[in-house]
Design a protein around this ligand. Structure first.
Ligand code: AQP
Length: 333
């Protein structure tokens, strides 16, 4: 059975982008594969998180993932920092990855912005830790949004270099699993930027715990252009905001953007946004309600995460021990 690994940072409430690009695709995988889904708090602290907020967001993320349909029985759901293997292998990979490789990572450039000198060293080596997250379990399938493609290529480079340097066939090849019509959901304020849970503007995103009024307001305020909805996909070229809203409606109604265009061609955005709001509220209201219900019992959430960490540890520990033997940190058997 394929082993699947994916992670999400507790750096805020998960957004519609996280949901459509990643979480929603994780749910059916639990029935077909051995799945590990990880709340990657060590990644979240690459940018400062107030401590109490980080703890609250970690629990909130667990509630959101369960509310979206993950099952703590079917998959291994856990918090990254609860399993030391991630940090241990992350350090080893810091010593395998080359600085030139990291310099090419566009996410670092996006996140560090113009103030690169002031970004944390953790943000810079983030892709090495991500490679460790996956390879500590020798997972081979990684369902992520389109934005993570470059990091997975780097993870494969690291695995290959490790195998080559030590003359072993130890770490497997990882296959990204990028799926869905809305593999990359863009900001509601700027269609050229991806929707992010840590964007300073709350108006740029739909949070999974937004109520119907908040969703309606954000969609009403979403940036658009004065042209009506076109008939064909070619009419969305150079219209990133229009393309994004069409993609979102297609994704939440389970259809293709071309079908959305066929149905709404000629409409202005006022009319289109009303339809989009209704579809989003219908889709997200049950998730929000379940999330709020789960958050009423933090003890049960913590217990589920604790069990998940024990199961994850049992898989990762033999892999790390063997990696240490290969490197010479432990004697060979
Ligand atoms: N806008 C997006 N569209 C599609 N997929 C997305 N993902 C994130 N944003 C979008 C996917 O969500 C998964 C978890 O992401 P993450 O939390 O590990 O980090 P991220 O990609 O950096 O997501 P955010 O929301 O932008 O977080 P912050 O603001 O903290 O940096 C990944 O599979 C990602 O592809």
């Amino acid at each position: 059975m394929t082993r699947v690994f994916s992670g999400i940072q507790p750096s805020g409430v998960p957004t519609l982008g996280n949901y459509l690009g990643a979480i929603r695709n994780w749910v059916p995988m639990q029935d077909r594969h051995e799945c590990l889904f990880c709340i990657v708090d060590l990644h979240a602290i690459t940018q400062f998180q107030p401590p109490a907020q980080l703890l609250a967001q970690t629990r909130e993320m667990a509630a959101a993932l369960l509310a979206c349909g993950l099952s703590a029985e079917k998959c291994v759901l856990f918090v990254q920092s609860h399993v030391p293997a991630h940090a241990e292998l992350g350090w080893i990979f810091n010593c395998v990855a080359r600085i030139g490789w990291l310099n090419r990572m566009t996410q670092f450039k996006d996140k560090a912005g113009s103030d690169r000198e002031n970004a944390s060293a953790g943000l810079y080596v983030y892709p090495n830790l991500m490679a460790a997250d996956i390879l500590a379990y020798k997972a081979t399938s990684v369902p992520v949004g389109d934005d993570q493609r470059q990091h997975l290529e780097l993870a494969n480079d690291i695995a290959q270099k490790f195998n080559h340097d030590y003359g072993v066939e130890f770490f497997p090849r990882i296959e990204p699993f990028i799926q869905g019509v809305a593999a990359r959901v863009m900001s509601l304020r700027d269609g050229t930027k991806k929707m992010s849970k840590s964007d300073p503007s709350d108006q740029s995103r739909i949070n999974l715990n937004d109520d119907a009024d908040a969703i309606a307001l954000k969609i009403r305020r979403a940036k658009t252009d004065p042209e009506p909805i076109p008939e064909h996909l070619s009419g969305l070229e150079n219209r990133p905001e229009a393309r994004n809203l069409v993609g979102i409606l297609a994704a939440v109604t389970g259809t293709l953007p071309e079908n959305v265009l066929r149905e709404h061609a000629g409409q202005g955005f006022g009319q289109f946004k009303a339809v989009l709001t209704e579809a989003l509220v219908a889709h997200l209201a049950p998730i929000r309600a379940e999330m709020l219900r789960l958050l009423q019992d933090p003890g049960a959430l913590d217990a589920a995460l604790h069990r998940g960490a024990e199961r994850a540890e049992a898989i990762a520990q033999p892999v790390i021990t063997e990696a240490k033997r290969i490197i010479g940190l432990l004697p060979r058997r």
